[in-house]
Design a protein around this ligand. Sequence first.
Ligand SMILES: [Mg+2]
Length: 354
Amino acid sequence: MGGMARQEALTGCLVGGAVGDALGLPLEGIPPQRARKFRRSPLRHALVGRWGMVSDDTEHAAMTAAALAVTAGEPFLFTRRLARSLRGWLASLPAGCGLATGRAILKLWLGFPPQRSGVWSAGNGPAMRAAVIGVAWGDQPQQTLDLVRASSVLTHRDPKATVGAHAVALAAWQAAQGVCDPVALGETLRADHGGVAEPLLELIERAVASADARQSTPEFCHALCGKGGVTGFIDHTVAVAMHAWRAFPEDYRQAVEGAVACGGDTDTLAAVVGGIVGARVGVAGIPMGWCQGVRDWPRSLGYLTRLAAVLASSRSLGQPVVPPRAVWLFCFVRNLVFLAIVLVHGFRRLLPPY
Ligand SMILES: [Mg+2]
């Protein structure tokens, strides 16, 4: 993959993930049946009026991209850098933080080394950080696995979390190459992880069979996860993401609409799907109105675009390149505003429609 193509894929991956995250966020945690009554058709941003903001999914992807660029992907340094970023991230009081991720970062603050900070969990945290690793380093499979593992065990020690994150990284790399073959990436998972990967492989095969039989992504999700929508268990999120990708590998709008319609952990699911399909279609393939509707700062879409360029040049040069900074104090102030908005949404949900 040439430098220009890689930069386009990285930009599409980061921006595509952020747009999916922002579209899914207002509906996070609502069962699909109720979410249908809230959802705008056609889908648009709805966090504050017609605007959207991003959550932990985008922040983690951005921190991962920055850590990859500034360490040139050297796994030991990457781990240290990402651990430092995660500590700063938690200190800026993010409104949304998974339980396992929060506990692991507290352990980092208490002085545990990055090799021992992870807690036993197979939640979605590692999936949020995986797509950008796959697009940046997919041409080197062992390096991809080492980096995915380093990023995953920092917060999640259950090996299922690493397998799920690896699946996302491999999917994003395939997508960047114009390929969509989840069963083939399953073979890589089997070879690299053995029996631990089997439960996810079975779900991926089910997802492919369902998508190829033209079942919709929300229908597949309902059959897999029940009426609460997609769960925060990484095997579920990854399997449903594979379904949305397989159903619409080159249609960002349809893939993300399918993900958001699943209900449940919609921001993470739509971020994963958006990151994968975004790597295929680039920013040009993401609906312009959806991009313009993301109003966030300091991690704006412009910031993510600059980050992608820096990471691409680090890969081309084979050297560390210093990424643009997201200033801690700015993030903290932004998070206070974001928290207020999220609280208003929380209260709004106590009211009808039920
Ligand atoms: Mg989130």
